[in-house]
Design a protein around this ligand. Structure first.
Ligand SMILES: [Zn+2]
Length: 288
């Protein structure tokens, strides 16, 4: 299936109160797990990759672009946390169908002007854009953000930001943070409802890894349409592989075995999130 845009995969989310997961990948085995889960559930999915330290994106991205063309469900390839205009240009050239420009740590006017420039450039290439207003900070161990200062999104500022930039989806800060939480986060649902009433595009939640299932349900009910899942997925998958290690004794098959297990465990975790987010299947979508 041809690669989908962000707007295509988020279609109906707002009106019908479900969300689509954006699952970050740093390697092909994890990516295979994400795609296998979406294909089994027959739901759209957002496969995300960013400018994070470590991964071999030069080889991974051509693989993902080719692999997505051979899926049976709509897949958006999303560039997570683009840090500059130039990074977003490189991402579009590499084949992403959606980019996030994260100007959330900048002063309001600078965030608007940077995001607007990226929107004009990306839309000319038929690529969608996610912006961020307010700032989702970082807990320990986060690779998406190194700043630990969170700033809640002001609803009126979110409306002005959308009006002046024309983003296709908007990340907002309502009490979550990237990475591993030391104590349970307190989500400001009232703020989320106020933002939703003023902002017409799909809202995006970052830093969702420490939330309870009930938090997710309430967040989706109150307007979250795209939910980024990374830290908790990675921890769940790698801890299961670590537990399996003593049973892997054949050195000739070990790397293959680890790769297969990573795909299988990632698939299970992603499937759990797809169900939790109530992601509508392709069949359900064509009926709506
Ligand atoms: Zn994030």
């Amino acid at each position: 299936m041809p690669m989908a845009t962000l707007r295509e995969v988020l279609q109906n989310t707002r009106e019908q109160h479900f969300a689509v997961g954006a699952f970050d990948t740093m390697d092909h085995a994890f990516a295979e797990g994400i795609l296998a889960a979406a294909e089994e559930a027959q739901t759209p999915v957002i496969l995300a990759a960013g400018d994070f330290p470590g991964p071999d994106y030069k080889n991974l991205l051509p693989y993902l672009v080719d692999r997505i063309a051979r899926t049976s469900v709509p897949v958006c390839l999303h560039f997570d946390h683009g840090g500059s205009y130039e990074a977003c240009v490189r991402a579009i050239r590499a084949g992403f169908s959606s980019v996030m420009i994260d100007g959330s740590a900048l002063p309001f006017a600078e965030n608007i002007s940077l995001t607007k420039r990226v929107v004009e450039m990306a839309h000319a290439c038929q690529v969608d854009v996610e912006g961020e207003i307010g700032h989702v900070g970082a807990n320990a161990g986060s690779v998406e953000s190194r700043r630990d200062d969170s700033r809640y999104t002001e609803p009126e500022a979110a409306a002005e930001f959308l009006d002046k930039t024309g983003v296709d989806a908007l990340a907002v800060a309502i009490g979550t943070a990237h990475g591993v939480y030391k104590e349970a986060p307190k989500i400001d649902f009232e703020r989320l409802r106020a933002i939703r009433s003023l902002v017409s595009v799909p809202l995006v939640m970052h830093g969702a890894s420490g939330l309870s299932d009930e938090d997710f349900r309430r967040a989706i009910q109150n307007g979250m349409c795209k939910i980024n899942a990374f830290t908790n997925l990675t921890i769940a998958v790698t801890s299961r592989i670590a537990a399996d290690m003593p049973s892997l004794t054949n050195p000739l098959q070990m790397s293959h075995e680890i790769s297969l297990r990573m795909t299988a465990y990632a698939k299970q975790e992603v499937l759990r999130h797809i169900r939790l987010f109530g992601t509508q299947s392709i069949a359900g979508r064509s009926r709506s």
